[in-house]
Design a protein around this ligand. Structure first.
Ligand code: HEC
Length: 255
């Protein structure tokens, strides 16, 4: 005989508490989606999140420095070949500061700062740091930033999933699916973080990052919506959907 258990029967105070938590987490999920679009989404210069964005964020763009790419592309007409080669060589040597004052600064003054100066919206090449920045090969996320983001992510998000799963654990739901849904976010969270590290070294793993994020967002969404519905909708409305067929046989318990 099916009974209306825990969630639907909670005292009002706990329903309000859980509802507040779940709503805030729901909005948080939406915001984190938006944040990913805004930061990683633009990494390849095109709006919208793509596999390339993930590759650029974690693996980087290792084909060379931006300086070299520009000097072989759009900035090619700005300086004669020997000067360009000197700049490219300097970038490939790692942009040493010792060469800045004797060789690189004069080149910048002569060929580049007419446009790349403090007053323009372009990177200001009168300053070493700015030239150095475009001279570096983009190696993607550093080990330091990955460890930092990984541990914050794992600790922080584990608690969110713990409480979402805890509340959902009180819902009426076919046991097997309940267990799968509760386990899914933790599994995908581990996969997600693992995929950043894999992508840092092997760019093809970027798709795993995508799947990880989608996986735990979906599972959390189902748990949040189910929990909210069971707390606030009258049981007759959802009992038949979320429990076994037996629910239909014992409508009397739905009061
Ligand atoms: C006539 C003006 C002009 C001169 C001179 C010029 N640039 Fe540029 N540079 C630009 C413009 C405009 C852009 C932006 C292009 C874009 O984003 O499509 C740019 C972009 C760049 C970028 C990419 C910056 C970034 O972070 O996106 C680099 C690197 C660069 N220039 C290097 C140089 C170097 C080195 C020289 C000197 C040899 C030079 N430029 C001379 C106009 C100039």
């Amino acid at each position: 005989m099916i009974q209306i258990t825990s969630l639907a029967r909670l005292p009002l105070s706990y329903k309000v508490l859980f509802t507040g938590f779940l709503l805030v987490i729901g909005v948080g999920l939406l915001m984190s989606g938006a944040q990913i679009m805004l930061t990683h989404g633009q990494a390849d210069g095109k709006p919208g999140l793509s596999i390339n964005d993930i590759v650029y964020s974690y693996y980087g763009n290792r084909s060379g420095s931006k300086l070299e790419a520009m000097l072989n592309g759009q900035m090619k007409p700005m300086a004669p070949d020997p000067v360009r080669f000197e700049l490219i060589q300097w970038a490939r040597d790692g942009g040493p500061i010792t060469e800045w004052a004797p060789r690189i600064e004069p080149i910048m003054k002569q060929y580049c700062v007419s446009c790349h100066n403090t007053g323009s919206s372009l990177p200001d090449f009168t300053k070493f740091e700015n030239v150095k920045k475009v001279a570096e090969v983009d190696e993607g996320a550093s080990i330091g930033s990955l460890t930092r983001v990984s541990h914050i992510h794992l600790f922080g998000i584990a608690f969110i999933f713990l409480f979402v799963g805890w509340i959902f654990g009180l819902a009426q739901y076919p046991t097997r699916w309940k267990v799968i849904l509760i386990a899914t976010p933790f599994t995908f969270l581990l996969l997600d973080v693992l995929s950043w590290w894999l992508t840092k070294y092997i760019p093809t793993f970027a798709w795993l990052t995508m799947i990880g994020g989608i996986g735990y967002s979906l599972a959390s969404t189902v748990m949040i919506i189910t929990s909210l519905a069971q707390m606030w909708l009258p049981p007759e409305k959802w009992l038949a959907y979320w429990t076994s067929e037996k629910a239909a046989e014992s409508p009397s318990s739905a009061s």
